[in-house]
Structures are given as structure tokens and as C-alpha cells.
Design a binder for this molecule. Structure first.
Ligand code: FES
Length: 130
């Protein structure tokens, strides 16, 4: 199987070569605080995957399987509504005490599909070691 992406996210649209039809999609830019970075998330890609591809490490225990809750973020701002959490994401979020306090700003970075204008807060995101 070839690479999932051809072309650079930092320089514009991404061609998703694995789809075989040459579709060019514009990535969604997400701001991450408090580190103060922006990452471009391609169609079908999680925020964790996008951050990793752009050289950042994200707290995770399960490797993005949606079962550990370590990747959870606070949604600080949205311009376009996010899809709600799936039942599986909700089940994992239930492990977090804040979820039981009614805090609906929590989402799993490995599961949510970003929309334009999204700003999240996550302690522990950092530049990956070379
Ligand atoms: S990385 Fe484990 S739930 Fe997201």
C-alpha cells in the first residue's frame, strides 16, 4: 500500500492518494492551546494523527483506539458545530470525573472530527523528539 498522503499539508490542499480518484480536499486547521500551535487535519484523520504527522506528540495510552481517555481535550471554541460523540466515545468519556459533572466540553482527540475554527486545550502536547 502506498503512502496515505501526497503533497504537503503545510503548503495547501492534500491529495488523498489512497482513494484512487485524485480528490483534493482542504484540511481543517485546528488551534491547540496552551502550546499555541495549529495543525491541519485532513479528511478522515483524527486530531492525534494530524498532530503526529506534523511533528507533535499527544498524550495517549491506547494509541488512538478510543478506549483510554488520555487524549481528552477541552473544546474551547467552535465556529461550526462538531458531530456529537459516538456511543463508543461517550463510553470512554464516562471514565472522566468531569463528564459526570456535566462537562460537555470534553472530547477525545483520537475520535472527534474537527470542523473549521475549532480551538482545543490539551496539556501535554509537545514537539516530538527527533
Ligand atoms: S488515545 Fe486513547 S482514547 Fe484517545
Amino acid at each position: 500500500m502506498g503512502p496515505a498522503f501526497s503533497g504537503g499539508l503545510a503548503n495547501g490542499p492534500v491529495e488523498l492518494s489512497t482513494r484512487g480518484w485524485g480528490a483534493t480536499l482542504t484540511p481543517v486547521r485546528v488551534e491547540i492551546q496552551p502550546i499555541g500551535i495549529e495543525v491541519d487535519v485532513a479528511e478522515g484523520e483524527s486530531l492525534i494523527e494530524a498532530a503526529a504527522r506534523q511533528g507533535y506528540s499527544w498524550p495517549s495510552v491506547c494509541g488512538g483506539e478510543g478506549v483510554c481517555s488520555t487524549c481528552a481535550v477541552d473544546v474551547v471554541q467552535v465556529e461550526e458545530p462538531l458531530d456529537g460523540p459516538t456511543p463508543a466515545e461517550t463510553e470512554t468519556l464516562r471514565m472522566l470525573p468531569r463528564w459526570h459533572d456535566g462537562d460537555d466540553s470534553l472530547r477525545l482527540a483520537c475520535q472527534l472530527r474537527p470542523t473549521p475554527g475549532l480551538v482545543v486545550r490539551k496539556i501535554g502536547v509537545r514537539k516530538a523528539s527527533p
